[in-house]
Design a protein around this ligand. Structure first.
Ligand SMILES: C[S@@+](CC[C@H](N)C(=O)[O-])C[C@H]1O[C@@H](n2cnc3c(N)ncnc32)[C@H](O)[C@@H]1O
Length: 196
């Protein structure tokens, strides 16, 4: 007989995660990804051996830790964050990992000026690359690359005008011919897409 409830919380966590979330609490930073999203990030990262991975919006590094946890030794992760105070936590807890490059920069500026090689997985967790500059982000995805955007379900941290931004993004997605997306009413509300 099937269980009435499917337990979908991960049983395995990155080693650095508890320390990172402790620092987040100290800084009153409430925007770290939840564990189910993190577990999915680790799976997506594991699907790209040797891959080039991008995160926009490092925060304190919870999602970064999950991505690193799933990545192979020869994969690399570039993570871009505007706020040096929060990114300092990621630097302290994860910065020794040679696969990680932390960039302190506005993701909108970074997206419009980056001219290096493309990426195989992008975790977009701030407005640029999702609600703005989506085309520039897609330009950087290799064929078959995966895209994960989160926080599409109402979050307590949202400003009043934010729902309209999310609605416009969701309305636009079916017309975006370079992405094959699926929207998931799961965790914080996700879109997972493949670059076609
Ligand atoms: C939802 S939090 C990131 C959480 C993190 N990715 C995780 O999974 O734990 C969003 C982050 O994006 C950063 N941010 C907001 N606007 C940005 C921008 N224009 N460029 C870069 N980072 C930005 C915020 O400072 C915040 O730390």
């Amino acid at each position: 007989m099937s269980p009435a409830v499917l337990i979908d919380y991960p049983w395995r966590r990155p080693v650095a995660l508890d320390a990172i979330l402790g620092e987040a609490a100290r800084l009153r930073f409430k925007m770290s990804c939840e564990n189910r999203t993190g577990a999915l990030l680790a799976v997506l990262a594991a699907s790209k051996p040797g891959g080039r991975i991008l995160e926009l919006g490092t925060g304190v590094g919870a999602g970064t830790a999950w991505l690193l946890d799933g990545m192979t030794d020869d994969a690399t992760l570039t993570s871009v964050e505007l706020d040096p105070t929060v990114q300092a936590v990621a630097l302290a807890r994860l910065g020794a990992d040679p696969r990680l490059k932390l960039v302190e920069r506005d993701a909108a500026d970074w997206l419009t000026t980056y001219d290096g090689p493309g990426f195989d997985l992008a975790y977009v967790d701030c407005r640029p690359g999702k609600f703005t500059h989506l085309d520039q982000l897609i330009d950087l995805l290799n064929p078959g690359a995966l895209y994960l955007g989160d926080d599409l379900l109402l979050q307590p941290t949202w400003p009043e005008d934010h729902q309209a931004r999310v609605d416009a993004f969701l309305d636009h997605l079916p017309h975006q011919r370079r992405l094959r997306p699926v929207v998931m009413s799961w965790a914080s509300g996700l879109v997972v897409a493949a670059r076609t």
